[in-house]
Design a protein around this ligand. Structure first.
Ligand code: MG
Length: 187
């Protein structure tokens, strides 16, 4: 289609007097189709590049790299995405208030905070009978992130990282390492 349009443009450019009503109408239709295609292309590009739903653990993740996550959380929200805080801190009203204060102090902007429900809830809701209790508890992060349509998730816990790769491969998960926990490759 694009080749045909270029042909018409070059014909019109070289022979402006040859612009008969029929060609003018065809040119207008093709131009409109190109315009619509370009709009769709730009729209899709915008969604892919900017509208990211970001999920963040707090302890040893945000707290390990607060400057980076401050920048990232603001960037995501400024471009139309959402920031979800997903933590295994106790799901209690006081803890939630304390967590909000912590996030404000750290300069993190957010849309939703999810503190994992207790173990008995985890055991009831987790559909994966093959997991042990601890894994079922942490799986709640995976279940929540899938439900919220989160695209990218950061955590420091190996078990959480494993559960995401196995049960939510569509979510890009990244591990934050504490410098003191990194083993030397030099022995
Ligand atoms: Mg953590």
């Amino acid at each position: 289609m694009h080749t045909v349009i270029l042909d018409y443009r070059s014909i019109i450019g070289i022979f402006p007097l040859a612009l008969t009503p029929q060609i003018a109408v065809m040119y207008a239709i093709y131009s409109l189709r190109v315009y619509v295609s370009m709009k769709i292309l730009l729209f899709e590009t915008t969604i892919v590049v900017y509208m990211i739903n970001l999920g963040l653990d707090i302890d040893n993740t945000i707290t390990e790299q607060p400057e980076f996550f401050r920048f990232l959380s603001k960037c995501v929200r400024e471009h139309g995405g959402k920031v979800y805080i997903v933590s295994s801190r106790t799901n209690h009203k006081d803890v939630l208030e304390g967590t909000k204060e912590d996030l404000e102090e750290l300069g993190i902007v957010w849309d939703e905070i999810y503190l994992l429900p207790k173990m008995d809830v985890a055991k009831k809701n987790c559909p994966h009978g093959e997991l042990n209790d601890s894994q079922k508890y942490n799986w709640q992060k995976v279940g929540y992130c899938k439900e919220m349509g989160i695209d990218v998730f950061f955590d420091d816990d190996d078990q959480v990282i494993f559960l995401f790769t196995r049960y939510a491969p569509e979510i890009k998960v990244s591990k934050i390492c504490r410098a003191s926990n990194v083993r030397s490759p030099f022995g």
